[in-house]
Design a protein around this ligand. Structure first.
Ligand code: F6R
Length: 611
C-alpha cells in the first residue's frame, strides 16, 4: 500500500517519477504527489490519481535532477490534498515520502506539539519527518545519522525517502517492513517500492533489508543498519522485461493477465517438470522435502486470493501426501494463540510477498519453531526473505489489483510441491504421479482453450451485468474456485457475491434463490458430479438462473442450466487451474459493462502492507 519513487542523477527527475508512480498506482490511488529539488524545494500534491497530479503540475517548473514521489492508499487521514505526500518539516528543509504506518505517532506528535511544532495534515508521516527534523536540529549529527536515531525510536513499518533542501546531492532512504528497491545507473540512483519504475533505466538493483538506511548521491551508495554497521550493497540483476509491465494492446492489465495464463503457468512449470522423463524438481525446497514428509501437519497461511489457492492446496496435499493440512487466514492466525510446534511446516502464500498479516503470521510461527516455506511471486520481496525456503511462482508482474495469473501460478507451484513430497513419501502410485505430471504439462493448452470462450462469456456477462447478487457453488477441489469466482466478481464489479460449498446451500443460502438470483455452478466431471447435478436441480426447482461451468461433452447439465460454459477435461486435482479461468473472464466483462475501474477497484490496493 502506497508506492514510492525517487531519483538522483543527471536526468530530469520529474518524468521518471511520474512514470514510476503510474507503474506503482496499483499500490494505492487516493492521492499522489512529488517533491522536486532545484535550488528550492517544489512540492506538488493532489487528491486523486497520478494523472490528476500530472494535470495539476504539468505547467509548473518541473526542472530538477533530484526528486521523490508518492501514490497513496490512505491510512491516517482521509484522501485529501493536505494528507497527500510528500510532507515537509516545519522549517521547510526536509521533505519525506513514506509507505507504512508509524504506530507511536500520536505520542511523538504530542511531544512535538509541546515543542511548538504545527501540523498541516492528519498523517503519521508528517509527524515522522518533523521528529527527524527535531533530532537533526538538536544534535550535532549529519542528516543520515539523525534519520538513524529517529528510526531507533519509531515503532511501525516504513519505506521512506528524504531530501534536504540544503543538500541537493543526497537522497536518503530506509526501510522496515515495507519494500524498497534501489536501482543503480551510471552516476544516478533510482528508488521505488518495487522494480517496475526502475527496469526501464537499469537492471542493477539492491533490495534494501529491514532496518537499513541508504544514502545515495555524488559519493555513491552507502548502506548502514540501525546498529551503525556498514553493509556492502548486494547488487542483483533484475529479471524483468519492460513489456511485462505494459498493457500490450489490452484494454486492462487484468485482461492481459488473464490471457497471459498459458504462458505464466508454462513459465512456472518450465525447468521444474518433465512429464516424459517423469522428472519433477523444485530446487528451492529440495532441502526441506524430508522435513515436510515427516511433518505432523502443514499449516497454510495467506490472505484473499492466495488463501483460496491455499484451500485448493489443502485438498491436493491431503490427497497426494496424506499429511493433515490446515488453511489459516493470516490475520486470524496471528492474533490467536495458535498451537504451533517444531514438527509443523508452514506454507505462506503471497503474490506480493509483502502482505503485512502474512508476514506477521510467519514471524509468529517461526518464533514457535515451525519451518516456513514461501510461495511468492515478487522476487526479492519481504516474505521470500523471511522464510526458510520456498519456490517462486514466476508469473511475472501482476499489476491488475484483482489477482488472476498469480492464483493459477500459486496452485501450479503448490501442486508440484505436493507431488514432490508424495513421490518421496510413497503416498502416490508411480502411475498416478506420472499421470498428474502429464496433466500439469497440458494445463497451458487447456487454459488457452478456455480463453477461446471469451466471446461466449461476454454474451453471458451482458445478461447478468445488472444483477445485484450472485451465488457461486462448487464441491471438492472446485469449492475454493467458487470462493475465488465470487471474490473476483465482488471486488471489481461491486456486485454482492458469495461462494459456498454446493452442499451447504440447503443449510441457509437456498433461501436467497428466486428468479432473480444467478447461481454459478462449477460442475465439472469429478467424484462429486452426481451430487452437484442434484444441487443444480434444487436451484432450478426454485427458479434460480444457472450458469454452469462443465466439462466438454457434458450431457446432463446442459439440459438443466440456463447457460453452460464447457472447459476441457482434467483430473479433479488439476481442474481448479482450468475452471477458474471462465470465472475470471465473467467478472472482468461484467465489471467493464458496469463501467467499473477494473484495474483499480475502489478502496483496494494490491499490496496490503497494513494490518
Ligand atoms: C484479490 C486479491 C487479494 C490478494 C490478497 C493477498 O484479487 O488480489 O485478495 O490476494 O490481498 O495478497 P498477496 O497474495 O499479495 O499476499
Amino acid at each position: 500500500m502506497c508506492g514510492i519513487v525517487g531519483y538522483i542523477g543527471n536526468r530530469e527527475a520529474y518524468p521518471i517519477i511520474i512514470k514510476g508512480l503510474q507503474r506503482l498506482e496499483y499500490r494505492g490511488y487516493d492521492s499522489a504527489g512529488v517533491a522536486l529539488l532545484n535550488g528550492e524545494m517544489n512540492v506538488y500534491k493532489k487528491q486523486g490519481k497520478v494523472a490528476d497530479l500530472h494535470n495539476f503540475a504539468k505547467n509548473e517548473n518541473l526542472k530538477a535532477h533530484v526528486g521523490i514521489g508518492h501514490t497513496r492508499w490512505a491510512t491516517h487521514g482521509a484522501p485529501s490534498d493536505e494528507n497527500a505526500h510528500p510532507h515537509m518539516s516545519n522549517n521547510g528543509r526536509l521533505v519525506m515520502i513514506h509507505n507504512g504506518i508509524i504506530e507511536n505517532y500520536a505520542a511523538l506528535k504530542t511531544d512535538l506539539k509541546k515543542k511548538g511544532y504545527t501540523f498541516q495534515s492528519e498523517t503519521d508521516t508528517e509527524v515522522f519527518i518533523n521528529f527527524i527534523e527535531d533530532i537533526y536540529q538538536n544534535t550535532k549529527v549529519d542528516l543520515p545519522e539523525a534519520v538513524r536515531l529517529a528510526l531507533t525510536k519509531v515503532v511501525g513499518a516504513y519505506a521512506i525517502a528524504i531530501i534536504d533542501v540544503n543538500q541537493p546531492g543526497q537522497l536518503i532512504a530506509a526501510r522496515k517492513g515495507s519494500p524498497l528497491v534501489i536501482g543503480i545507473g551510471k552516476g544516478e540512483y533510482f528508488l521505488a517500492s518495487d522494480a517496475t519504475p526502475i527496469v526501464e533505466y537499469t537492471s542493477e538493483v539492491v533490495y534494501l533489508d529491514d532496518e537499513e538506511i541508504a544514502v545515495m548521491g555524488k559519493d555513491g551508495l552507502s548502506i548502514k543498519n540501525l546498529e551503525e554497521v556498514t553493509t556492502k550493497p548486494y547488487i542483483q540483476t533484475l529479471d524483468m522485461e519492460l513489456e511485462a509491465i505494459e498493457k500490450g494492446g489490452y484494454d486492462h492489465f487484468m485482461l492481459k493477465e488473464i490471457f497471459e495464463q498459458p504462458k505464466s503457468i508454462g513459465d512456472c512449470l518450465r525447468g521444474r517438470l518433465n512429464a516424459a522423463e517423469g522428472r519433477l524438481h523444485l530446487g528451492g525446497i529440495s532441502d526441506y522435502v524430508n522435513k515436510v514428509m515427516h511433518a505432523d501437519r502443514i499449516l497454510i497461511i495467506a490472505c484473499g486470493t492466495s488463501w483460496h489457492a491455499g484451500l485448493v492446496a489443502e485438498y491436493i496435499f491431503e490427497d497426494f501426501c496424506r499429511i493433515p493440512v490446515e488453511v489459516e487466514y493470516a490475520s486470524e492466525f496471528r492474533y490467536r494463540n495458535p498451537i504451533v510446534g517444531e514438527k509443523d511446516v508452514v506454507i505462506a502464500i503471497s503474490q506480493s510477498g509483502e502482505t503485512a498479516d502474512t508476514l506477521a503470521a510467519i514471524e509468529l510461527a517461526k518464533s514457535k519453531g515451525a519451518t516456513i516455506l514461501g510461495v511468492c511471486n515478487v522476487v526479492g520481496s519481504s516474505i521470500p526473505r523471511t522464510t526458510h525456503a520456498g519456490s517462486y511462482t514466476h508469473a511475472g508482474p501482476e499489476i491488475g489489483v484483482a489477482s488472476t495469473k498469480a492464483f493459477t501460478a500459486q496452485i501450479s507451484v503448490l501442486t508440484m510441491m505436493a507431488l514432490m513430497i508424495a513421490q518421496k513419501k510413497g503416498t502416490m502410485a508411480e502411475s498416478a504421479f506420472r499421470k498428474i505430471l502429464f496433466e500439469l504439462e497440458a494445463v497451458p493448452d487447456k487454459v488457452a482453450k478456455c480463453l477461446d470462450l471469451n466471446a461466449q462469456i461476454e454474451i453471458i456477462a451482458e445478461q447478468f451485468k445488472d444483477a445485484t447478487n450472485f451465488l457461486y457453488l462448487g464441491r471438492g477441489f472446485n469449492f475454493p474456485v467458487a470462493l475465488e469466482g465470487a471474490l473476483k466478481l465482488k471486488e471489481i464489479s461491486y456486485i454482492h457475491a458469495e461462494g459456498y460449498p454446493a452442499a451447504e446451500m440447503k443449510h441457509g443460502p437456498i433461501a436467497l434463490i428466486d428468479e432473480n438470483m444467478p447461481v454459478v455452478f462449477i460442475a465439472t466431471r469429478d467424484s462429486s458430479y452426481e451430487k452437484i447435478v442434484s444441487n443444480i436441480q434444487e436451484v432450478k426447482a426454485r427458479k434460480g438462473k444457472v450458469i454452469a461451468i462443465v466439462t466438454e461433452g457434458d450431457k446432463h447439465i446442459v439440459e438443466m442450466a440456463d447457460h453452460i460454459i464447457e472447459v476441457p477435461h482434467a483430473s479433479e486435482a488439476i481442474m481448479p487451474l482450468i475452471s477458474v479461468v471462465p470465472l475470471q473472464l465473467l467478472s472482468y466483462h461484467i465489471a467493464v459493462m458496469r463501467d467499473c475501474n477494473v484495474d483499480q477497484p475502489r478502496n483496494l490496493a494490491k499490496s496490503v502492507t497494513v494490518e
